[in-house]
Design a protein around this ligand. Structure first.
Ligand code: ADP
Ligand code: MG
Ligand code: ZN
Length: 192
């Protein structure tokens, strides 16, 4: 019988909003599909900005995806013959997503995780620090700062008065913009 060595590993793609994380996730997954590998992409149900059954980048590149309520459901829904598991918006998952990614990698799957490394306050976001720590490969992307044009590492929230306890305010262009370290204003909502 043909024996293939297990080759599972975790890749993390992180960066600010608009840095091209979803684009990169979609690109990697589509290349795997060209190689006839079965791909499944998951995202937290909370991220329904564009579509409940696709991951879609800001420039409309998209891939079918499965919306789940928690990280545990990913394990339940991954098929045995899947070779590549994509997880978008990983920052919105519970910490259990770290164990889920590790388990899938130990099963020999390639796990591609995309998510915001920092929230709009510039603080590490949810399980992302742990995912970055356990990954074999990390790609940190930058957007373009809309104030000065430098590479942008941060996400500026541009609207105030959201519900008090919401680090999680899912939204796109109308609520957030990409900024560099020096133009980012974590304590305000960016109106000068
Ligand atoms: P992410 O998933 O990281 O939020 P996407 O992959 O959805 O990013 O979108 C990236 C695309 O967003 C870019 O290719 C570009 O077309 C668009 N875009 C809009 N604003 C910016 C910006 N300030 N910097 C870079 N790209 C931007
Ligand atoms: Mg995205
Ligand atoms: Zn700037």
């Amino acid at each position: 019988m043909f024996h293939r060595a297990l080759q599972g590993f975790i890749e993390v793609v992180c960066g600010s909003m608009f840095s091209g994380k979803t684009e990169e996730l979609v690109r990697r997954c589509k290349r795997a599909q060209i190689g006839r590998q079965k791909v499944q992409v998951f995202k937290p149900r909370i991220d329904d900005r564009y579509s409940k059954d696709h991951v879609q980048s800001h420039d409309a590149n998209r891939l079918p995806s499965i919306a789940v309520d928690n990280s545990r459901q990913i394990l339940d829904l991954v098929d045995d013959n899947t070779r590549v598991v994509g997880i978008d918006e990983a920052q919105f998952f519970d910490d259990g997503v770290v164990e889920v990614a590790n388990k899938l990698a130990y099963r020999g799957m390639r796990v591609i995780v995309a998510g915001l490394d920092m929230d709009f306050r510039g603080q590490p976001f949810g399980p992302m620090p742990k995912l970055l720590a356990v990954a074999e490969a990390v790609t940190k992307l930058s957007a373009v700062c809309v104030v000065c044009g430098s590479p942008a590492s941060r996400t500026q929230r541009t609207v105030g008065n959201l519900e008090p306890n919401s680090t999680v305010a899912v939204g796109a262009k109308e609520m957030y913009e990409a900024r560099c370290r020096f133009c980012h204003e974590p304590e305000t909502h960016g109106q000068k």
